[in-house]
Design a protein around this ligand. Structure first.
Ligand code: ASP
Ligand code: MG
Length: 421
């Protein structure tokens, strides 16, 4: 069997859905398909959760109404004899979220976020599976929340692999014998109490890898709107090139440094079972794309990851004690509680310097909480440039005369925090 994963961009219009369905049809048979929410639905649902949590129920329900309408009209455009079934089920999903929004928000924001945001993938996959059935594909839909069991770390839930393994292995293996295609959602799961959870933004890649691992899949294919994995963001670098083959190791490093290729958690479940990952273009499926496997690749081009809107925080001990084990543990706990994580950190005797994405609310909390133990100072308006397989001339070119605030250099990777111009 094989696993395919389609992201939001592959189903953001009727034309794209028709195209994606064609790819599925051409490859039906032992196929597990993981699909994200349509287009920008997850962002739109985030706004609903924010409005609800800010006690603006009218705004939340209005925003949700628009999302409902979009999905209903899409179902109407795509479906004929399956339309009544689609409407019934969509209404069930809507009701789940609306029911919740009729109470006051008494639990955490992250809890409500997950209950609301998970509807995006439920709606998109349900419509898609009915459309595939109308194309005479022998296909079934499953609610992934019945299979992926997580803890209750809402918005960044951790999968309970033992429990999930049992469920997936027994039930999904059977389904794959009965049906040519099994469609389900990425990104979401559920706790033991049946509360919905999400695995972190862009988490559908990770879901696909978990299914592949637990089902001993032959391969995973992530279908994207680019021709293959590229060595830099083509929107920022006009000379970006595609890379035909990469090792798991290279990709996990790229993702860790912030390259938006694949969700960073995706690689481990694949590497552990030596399952190759293909990244291919849904716009042009005949292109070879990129294959990611255990094979180490030689002579890679420089791989560039640029992150703007960064801050650098200096945590210095108050009494000149060394910033070693204990203070470090305190800081790591503060970072974890605020669900933030430095992309680069550097140690001195009495201070720790960390570079973070500038999410003002989180950063403010990190500062307030760490000020109890440390003298904290912050530098803003920075960007973080990471180059793997760098050359000196490349560094100078990409730095473009900007002041280096912090630098870390190893034989393969250089990272620089730069002042933004
Ligand atoms: N729909 C989710 C997101 O936009 C998950 C995903 O696409 O992977 O983050
Ligand atoms: Mg995506």
């Amino acid at each position: 069997m094989k696993v395919y994963k389609f992201g939001g961009a592959s189903i953001n219009s009727k034309e794209r859905i028709v195209n994606t369905a064609q790819i599925i049809k051409n490859n039906a048979g032992g196929l597990m398909v993981i699909i994200s929410a349509m287009g920008k639905t997850t962002n739109a649902l985030e706004k609903v959760a924010e409005a609800f949590f800010a006690n603006d129920r009218d705004l939340a329900l209005n925003l949700f109404f628009q999302i409902k309408q979009e999905h209903l009209s899409l179902a109407e455009e795509l479906l004929t004899n399956k339309l009544p079934e689609a409407k019934d089920q969509l209404i069930n999903f809507f009701t789940e979220a609306e029911w919740l929004m009729h109470d006051e928000p008494l639990k955490s924001f992250d809890f409500y976020y997950d209950q609301i945001v998970c509807t995006g993938e439920l709606m998109s996959t349900f419509i898609m599976s009915l459309y595939l059935q109308e194309l005479n594909i022998n296909c079934c839909w499953i609610d992934v929340r019945d299979f992926i069991r997580t803890d209750n770390n809402f918005r960044n839930a951790n999968i309970d692999l033992e429990f999930t393994k049992e469920r997936i292995f027994n039930k999904v293996t059977d389904l794959l014998k009965q049906f040519d295609v099994v469609v389900t959602q990425g990104f979401i799961g559920a706790t033991a109490d049946n509360e919905s959870t999400t695995l972190g933004r862009e988490g559908s890649d990770y879901t696909a890898a978990v299914f592949a691992n637990l089902l001993n899949s032959e391969s995973v294919t992530i279908w994207k709107d680019v021709d293959a994995v590229m060595n830099a963001d083509p929107r920022l670098h006009r000379d970006a090139i595609t890379i035909p083959a990469l090792s798991y190791h290279e990709v996990i490093e790229m993702a860790y440094y912030g390259a938006q290729v694949i969700h960073p958690k995706t690689i481990k479940p694949l590497q552990n079972k030596n399952i190759p990952l293909f990244v291919k273009s849904f716009l042009n499926p005949s292109l070879p794309g990129t294959v990611i496997s255990e094979k180490e690749t030689k002579s890679l081009p420089p791989i560039i990851v640029q992150k703007s809107n960064q801050v650098l925080i200096n945590f210095q001990s108050k009494d000149f004690s060394f910033v070693d084990d204990n203070p470090m543990i305190q800081l790591r706990e503060i970072f974890a509680q605020n669900k933030t994580h430095p992309h680069l950190s550097q140690h001195t005797a009495i201070s720790l310097l960390c570079c973070f994405d500038n999410y003002p609310k989180k950063i403010d909390k990190v500062i307030t909480e760490s000020e109890v133990h440390f003298i904290v100072s912050i530098k803003r308006n920075l960007s973080l440039l990471t180059i793997r397989h760098y050359t000196e001339s490349m560094i100078e070119k990409l730095r473009g005369g900007r002041v280096i605030v912090m630098e870390q250099r190893a034989p393969i990777t250089i990272q620089m925090v730069l002042e933004e111009k």
